[in-house]
Every structure is written in structure tokens, then in C-alpha cells.
Design a protein around this ligand. Structure first.
Ligand SMILES: C[S@@+](CC[C@H](N)C(=O)[O-])C[C@H]1O[C@@H](n2cnc3c(N)ncnc32)[C@H](O)[C@@H]1O
Length: 224
């Protein structure tokens, strides 16, 4: 399937629009079905079992529920670790932020364009960047490679099986925004080594990229 990029409806809605609120609720269920928090936590634990980040950046964090799910599977995170939920909309759920604080992390909501914001940040050691269902908006990953020590991404796998599944989301009660964006996301998703090809060519990086779970495509980049 050829990769195609089209606008997603959620991006154009205010965070408090009922259709956006409904779509973010649908995303929690879709993330559970895709298993992305579990897949990304396992990949990071395997790659960096001893490493401890000082700062975790979640690009396109949405309501933060995915990030909380990932954090809950990462027992080694140190108290005080800065956790940045970056999204162009002020969509972070207050309950998620409270739960991250209760885990003794230091959460901060950032309303900004994800990659522009990252580009403007000073490079800080031990920064990990996560992105779930977000990177298919982009074609350039240099900004992440410049600032991250580790980057883990889950995107839809761009294949007919995932596209067919996205077209059945009405069965789980997903709203029109979610149904539209899911199909668009699959068509903008990744397969093979496409994300590695977008990553800067540099021997300091160890890259891993493969299909994961039933519908996902996982990419992990770690500085050696
Ligand atoms: C499909 S949602 C995924 C949200 C979250 N990662 C999750 O798994 O539930 C994509 C998110 O990216 C955000 N987004 C889209 N373009 C963005 C940009 N250029 N900068 C920051 N956030 C963006 C949207 O507001 C939305 O919350």
C-alpha cells in the first residue's frame, strides 16, 4: 500500500469539542486493543534495562492515558523524573497528571507543536522521546535524533489488515472523527524499515524496527 498523508479531523478540533473528547476516549480503547503501551514498554526495557532517563518527552501526548499506561510498565523510573506531555492541544487529562505525580514523577503539560518545540529545546542528557500514533504526521525525524538518547515509536502498520480493522471501529462504538482518522492514520503509517530510513544515518545509533502486535509498527532508536 502506497503511503499517503491526509489531514486528521482530531487535529482541527478544540480539545473541549465533544467530538474530540469522544475521539480521545475511543483512542484509549484503540490503544488497549493495539497494546502499544505494553509493546513500547517491553521494547524499551529490553533495550535499556539498566538505563534511567532524567526526562521523558511524549510527543502528541493527547490526554496522556497512553503515557500513564507506559509508565506503569516501567518500574525502574526514578522519582522526580521529568515527564513532558507535549501536544498542540491542551488535552492532557487532569486525572492522568495526578496519577503521574502520585507515581512521584514530575509531569508537565506543554501546549506546542511537537517537533518545533523539541527543536527549540537545549539538548539534555538522558532524554527519552516517546511518540504513539503521532509520527505518521511527519517525514523528518532529525529533531528527535538531535535531542534524544532513546526514541521509541508505535504507529499503525500500513497494511490491508490494519486498514480493514480501522474500518470496523464502528463496532466498538467509535465516533465519526475516530473512524475517519483511524483509516487516514493507517494509510500514513509505516512498514518495513521506513522509519529507520528517515532517521539520520549515523553509526552511533542502534535501530530496531518491526511489525508488533496485530496492528502496530514499532521503531526503537538508542544511542550506543
Ligand atoms: C492520534 S492522537 C494520539 C494521542 C496519544 N499519543 C495517544 O496515544 O492517545 C495524535 C495527537 O497528536 C496531536 N498532534 C497532532 N499534530 C501535532 C503537532 N504538530 N504537534 C503536537 N501535537 C500534535 C493531536 O492533538 C493528538 O492529540
Amino acid at each position: 500500500m502506497e503511503r499517503s498523508l491526509q489531514a486528521e479531523w482530531l487535529d482541527g478540533l478544540s480539545a473541549h469539542d465533544p467530538r474530540a473528547v469522544g475521539s480521545r476516549r475511543d483512542l484509549r480503547l484503540i490503544n488497549a486493543l493495539m497494546g502499544n503501551a505494553r509493546l513500547m514498554a517491553r521494547a524499551v526495557r529490553e533495550a535499556a534495562s539498566q538505563a534511567v532517563p532524567r526526562r521523558i518527552v511524549d510527543l502528541g501526548a493527547g490526554d496522556g492515558a497512553f503515557l500513564l499506561g507506559w509508565v506503569r510498565r516501567m518500574p525502574l523510573l526514578a522519582p522526580g523524573t521529568e515527564v513532558l506531555l507535549v501536544d498542540r492541544h491542551d488535552a492532557a487529562d487532569a486525572g492522568v497528571v495526578t496519577a503521574l505525580s502520585a507515581r512521584r514523577l514530575n509531569p508537565r503539560r506543554v501546549q506546542a507543536d511537537g517537533l518545533e518545540w523539541l527543536r527549540a529545546q537545549p539538548a539534555e542528557a538522558d532524554t527519552w522521546v516517546l511518540a504513539n500514533l503521532f509520527l505518521h504526521h511527519f517525514t523528518v525525524l532529525n529533531a528527535i535524533a538531535e535531542k534524544a538518547e532513546l526514541c521509541c515509536v508505535c504507529e499503525p502498520s500500513r497494511d490491508w489488515w490494519s486498514l480493514a480493522a480501522s474500518r470496523m471501529l464502528g463496532l466498538i462504538g467509535a465516533n465519526g472523527v475516530t473512524r475517519h482518522d483511524a483509516a487516514v492514520s493507517v494509510q500514513a503509517g509505516f512498514q518495513g524499515g521506513e522509519l529507520s530510513a528517515l532517521w539520520p544515518t549515523d553509526s552511533r545509533w542502534r535501530l530496531r524496527e518491526h511489525r508488533a502486535g496485530f496492528f502496530s509498527h514499532l521503531f526503537l532508536a538508542q544511542r550506543t
